[in-house]
Design a protein around this ligand. Structure first.
Ligand code: FAD
Length: 467
């Protein structure tokens, strides 16, 4: 590893190029800041490019609750032919499906158009403090070690690496048991006959999660028929339905609460599959995480065989790819000035200092076939307060995305990508306000929340007017 330490100075350093970091970097750059986005991987996008649908953009009622940078990404996917759009799963959610291969390009285009400077293959390692402030982050790559100094640092690393290095307190998983949600490797299959799959669900609705949000107002069979008419192969096979249950009983399938099938390309007749799982694993333990990969790949392969042999529509389907990385649902939750609580989410709480909205149901995956899911009141949305981004005790550090400040239950809702993009956009905008203040703002807490909200609204964010 290179020994000499180089120095750089930026207005804003964003660590992590997933949904939250992209929202933050684009917003900060569009609002005039000089922005460096650092990612440890070879590609930007994080879980946005794994084949997972983007949740949390619409509430269970079907109202859009996220706009701004998220909308711009969707528009760019659309322009490039990779936007499938919102889908009602007739279970409880409206999700937005995109082609992950096109999303890779869309993310780069949107970052470039905003003027964000990207540094890949670069790991944010240590933090250098100046009293309570983060002076800079030591970023390491093959070529050099650099102390990247920045007026504001945004931790969008998913695991809160920067905040932890800066000494900010955190929680991890379930406080009593130390339990964490399982990790999953997503995969995709092409050549799927979507009509046949949907017909199977229509005629055998007991195999699928359907009609769970009361507001749908349809019976299970009616939901299955509506899903068929919608014509998009978005299906949740459930573990207590005969097809999955029997396969698990005869050992032909790993144990999982569900199998989430989502269209990723209509042209390729491709779907992604969210089902594999390894539990009881702390994903910040890199050795254990690495050891989980062969197990996950084995599950993928078995599951692809199960789909072909047992699920109508997959007879002629062909395995087409693995996600670029193991998907991590939960590690550290960094404690900020405000911690989003269970009731804030469940009761769809609105707030005057809201800078983004969440709308995904409470959704804690448990080991094996366990799954804790609860709807948000009236299928509505809740507000993310500005204080939730302000790292405790540090004047110039914001925390967004999966490592957000929330209770475990609240986190299970707000961790989805629509919400991460929205809170990222808010963080980037706040950081740009600080940068434009020419040293008049020494603490992110001095940012006028009214002004922040005004700027966000003007740039397409949804802050009010929804249930
Ligand atoms: C299997 C699975 C299924 C899911 N299903 C859905 C779903 O259906 N819909 C939905 O919306 N959400 C879903 N989620 C949740 C959602 O995908 C994530 O919570 C969300 O994408 C997190 O975004 P993020 O930007 O915080 O982190 P990530 O997307 O994980 O991005 C973090 C980035 O930071 C980089 N990084 C990490 N540490 C460092 C470091 N020290 N230095 C430099 N770079 C670093 C990583 O390389 C990565 O690119 C799912 C998650 C999983 C795992």
């Amino acid at each position: 590893m290179p020994e000499m330490l180089h120095f750089e100075r930026w207005d804003v350093l964003v660590v992590g190029g997933g949904a939250a970091g992209i929202g933050a970097a684009v917003a900060a750059a569009r609002n005039g800041a000089r922005v460096l986005l650092v990612d440890a991987g070879p590609m930007v996008g994080g879980e946005l490019v794994s084949g997972i649908p983007v949740d949390g953009c619409l509430s269970s009622r079907g109202e859009w609750v996220v706009g701004g940078v998220c909308r711009d990404l969707f528009d760019e996917c659309d322009r490039l032919g990779g936007y499938i759009g919102p889908i009602n799963d007739y279970r409880s959610l409206h999700v937005v499906a995109v082609d992950p291969e096109i999303m890779k390009i869309a993310v780069l285009n949107v970052l470039q158009q905003a003027g964000v400077v990207l540094r890949l293959y670069s790991y944010a390692d240590q933090v250098v403090m100046d009293g309570p402030r983060v002076r800079g982050v030591v970023v390491v790559n093959k070529g050099r070690r650099t102390l990247v100094e920045a007026g504001t640092v945004i931790d969008a690393s998913g695991d809160g690496d920067v905040a932890v290095a800066a000494g900010v307190p955190f929680e991890k998983g379930d406080a009593a048991q130390g339990e964490l949600q399982p990790v999953t490797l997503m995969f995709r299959m092409v050549g799927v006959d979507g009509e046949r799959l949907l017909r199977f669900v229509r005629d055998n609705p007991e195999n699928a999660g359907l009609g769970e949000y009361e507001g749908i107002g349809l019976s299970r069979a009616e939901c299955a028929a509506a899903l068929y008419r919608q014509g998009l192969p978005k299906v949740f096979l459930v573990s207590d339905g005969p097809v999955m249950r029997d396969a698990m009983a005869r050992g032909a399938l790993h144990r999982s609460s569900m199998m989430g099938i989502t269209p990723t390309s209509m042209q390729r007749r491709e779907v992604s599959v969210n089902t594999t799982r390894v539990g009881h694993l702390d994903a910040t333990d890199t050795e254990r995480l690495s050891q989980a990969l062969p197990d996950l790949v084995k599950q993928v392969w078995e599951c692809a065989g199960f789909l072909k042999s047992s699920v109508p529509g997959f007879e002629d389907a062909v395995f087409s790819g693995l996600a670029p990385r193991i998907g991590i649902r939960e590690t550290r939750r960094i404690l900020c000035d405000v911690v989003l609580g269970d009731d804030d989410v469940a009761e769809a709480r609105k707030r005057e200092d809201g800078i983004a909205k969440g709308a995904h149901e409470i959704d804690v995956h448990l080991a094996g076939t366990g799954h804790m899911r609860r709807p948000i009141r009236d299928g509505g949305s809740y507000d993310i307060p500005y204080g939730m981004l302000l790292a405790r005790g540090v004047p110039n550090l914001l925390v967004v995305g999966r490592c957000m400040s929330a209770s475990r239950v609240a986190h299970s809702s707000a961790r989805v990508m629509g919400t991460c993009l929205a809170m990222g956009q808010a963080a980037g905008t706040a950081a740009a306000i600080v940068a434009s203040a020419n040293d008049a703002i020494s603490d992110l807490r001095q940012v006028h929340v009214g002004r922040l909200r005004e700027t966000l609204r003007a740039q397409g964010a949804v802050l009010e007017g929804t249930r």
